[in-house]
Design a protein around this ligand. Structure first.
Ligand SMILES: [Zn+2]
Length: 393
């Protein structure tokens, strides 16, 4: 066997240990790409309170306190403990504006996206595409209320990347991988990395796995493939929440991630016209996320800019990082689920089998003897092959 084998929905690729998991780094070093300066705003006619309905986001979350005695103003105050920025860490900040009529999230994700770039040795346009989706995942994971809930964002397009998969949990752990990490395209008409062309047209699906109960699944057609627009479309179409989404990844000339981050700003159903007009005006002339980050602005300051004149109040800061939960034990389980026939064919190859995690690139090698032990587990009792297949301890 030669080609890498995809194991269904599992995040693992199976291949013989003779094949290096490394990608064609030689190609990457020959190229230099200019810094990306991209803006993704998606505020348009969708941003109307009339269009809200269905699932209603909870405006009075976080440390919101106060009373509605006067019918207008809510008073929000953060616990200072909740606003301590973790040192040397990516983080997501959340808050409210316009007296709770707007809820807002922003993140700085340079380390997270760099970790993804290190894991996948991705080309600049793939780093940008995956980085934008990872940033969205980090923010959306922070919106999840229940411990153990898992959010998976999958972009499937007809462009050369093929697909992007990102999984985020409520503890700030995100991970992701591209279908094809080695995509090289000319810059787009604005001189930027052409994420839209690399992704193409297709779909975005969002699956929320809850510990107890059925997963909540939603799928929309990609708006532009630029990711930010697609996340905004997801909120508008699937959640009926008008949202402005800005996501950006600045890839440096040495292919490292110089800046990454983004924001999601959402209108609550009671949002008034004046607030909407103000937000639209702000978004019309706000600089790109990466430009603001590159100027040293924090996510809080970015939201202050996006929500200028709307009295943005940060309520909570939470760290986020690229982290994969793969392990040798999980990999063994994946091998067992391959079934006895598949395991037997790996054993018959007579070589160690290497399993590589799609999400983080970690590799786990299994000797023929270890495969035999797994075969014993995969084989139903009573149908075992005899003394040649030892029982696992
Ligand atoms: Zn992994």
């Amino acid at each position: 066997m030669g080609a890498a084998r995809r194991l269904g929905v599992s995040p693992l690729v199976c291949k013989p240990s003779t094949v290096s998991p490394g990608l064609s780094a030689g190609i990457i070093t020959q190229r230099e790409f200019p810094i990306e300066r991209t803006r993704h705003m998606s505020v348009d006619e969708d941003v109307r309170p009339e269009s809200t309905g269905g699932r209603t986001p909870d405006a009075a979350e976080g440390s919101a306190t106060g009373s509605q005695a006067d019918g207008v103003s809510l008073y929000y105050e953060a616990d200072p403990e909740d606003l301590v920025v973790p040192p040397d860490s990516d983080y997501v900040v959340r808050g409210v504006a316009a007296g709770g009529m707007v809820r807002a999230f922003a993140a700085t994700t340079r380390r997270t996206v760099q970790a993804a770039r290190d894991a996948h040795q991705s080309s600049p346009v793939v780093t940008a595409a995956l980085g934008r989706l990872l940033t969205a995942g980090a923010i959306m994971g922070s919106m999840v209320k229940d411990d153990g809930e898992l959010m998976t964002l999958t972009v499937r397009g007809d462009g050369p990347i093929g697909s992007l998969t990102v999984t985020a949990d409520s503890h700030g752990h995100v991970k992701g991988y591209p279908g094809n990490a080695d995509v090289w395209l000319p810059l787009n008409g604005s001189g930027k990395l052409d994420v839209g062309a690399a992704v193409g047209s297709g779909s975005l699906s969002v699956v929320q796995d809850v510990p107890w109960g059925e997963p909540y699944t939603s799928q929309i057609a990609l708006a532009t493939g630029e990711i930010g627009d697609d996340i905004a479309a997801y909120y508008a179409e699937s959640e009926q929440v008008p949202s402005a989404v800005g996501l950006g990844v600045l890839v440096d000339t040495d292919l490292s991630v110089r800046q990454a981050g983004g924001f999601i700003v959402q209108l609550m159903p009671d949002c008034d016209e004046g607030t909407i007009e103000r937000l639209e005006a702000n978004l019309g002339d706000v600089r790109s996320v990466t430009e603001m980050l590159d100027d040293g602005m924090s996510p809080e300051e970015i939201l202050g800019e996006v929500l200028r004149g709307l009295d943005f109040t940060p309520l909570r800061v939470s760290p986020t990082e690229f982290r994969c939960n793969c392990s040798r034990e999980r990999t063994e389980r994946v091998l067992i689920t391959l079934g006895a026939k598949e395991l037997q064919s790996l054993i018959d190859d007579g070589k160690p089998t290497e399993m590589v995690c799609n999400f983080c690139g970690s590799s786990y090698e299994f000797s023929v003897d270890e495969l035999r032990a797994l075969l014993a587990e995969a084989t139903p009792r009573g149908a075992r092959a005899g003394p040649d297949t030892p029982e696992r301890a």
